[in-house]
Design a protein around this ligand. Structure first.
Ligand code: AMP
Length: 122
């Protein structure tokens, strides 16, 4: 966990965005990149991230609103392509320790393809 840190460095996600390391990228544009989660927790599990390095949602500013908004519209587009629009899916953004954030570059999880159960498991 890095939640106690006050400074943050680029993560592996920046390398994926720049295509410096391999990932199963399903979508990329000027603002966001989407790729399959390396350890999927549902039949469909895709991460959608802003291309800009923003460590946590606490660091988001007004100038990030276009990219953060794009996360939602790209999620809906990918859900349609994955064939899960109608069956349903869940979008998750974790923040810091209690939220379970492990990679400190904002990312939206798109999970679905099967019933997901309760929203919060403790
Ligand atoms: P979070 O707990 O919200 O920070 O989620 C981080 C997610 O990143 C986890 O679901 C990991 O499986 C995923 N992940 C970590 N490294 C990679 C990678 N190189 N490629 C794809 N997904 C990754």
């Amino acid at each position: 966990m890095q939640a106690h840190l006050t400074s943050y460095e680029e993560t592996i996600f920046s390398k994926i965005i720049r295509k410096e390391i391999p990932a199963a990228i399903v979508y990329q544009d000027d603002l966001v990149t989407a790729f399959r989660d390396i350890a999927p927790q549902a039949k469909t599990h895709i991460l959608i991230v802003p291309n800009k390095f923003i460590p946590t949602i606490n660091h988001a500013t007004q100038e990030d609103e276009a990219a953060l908004g794009r996360l939602f519209t790209v999620a809906a587009k990918i859900a349609k392509e994955e064939g899960i629009s109608e069956s349903g899916y869940r979008l998750i953004v974790n923040c810091n320790e209690d939220g379970g954030q492990e990679v400190f570059h904002i990312h939206m999880h798109l999970v679905g393809g099967e019933p997901l159960g309760r929203m919060i498991a403790k």
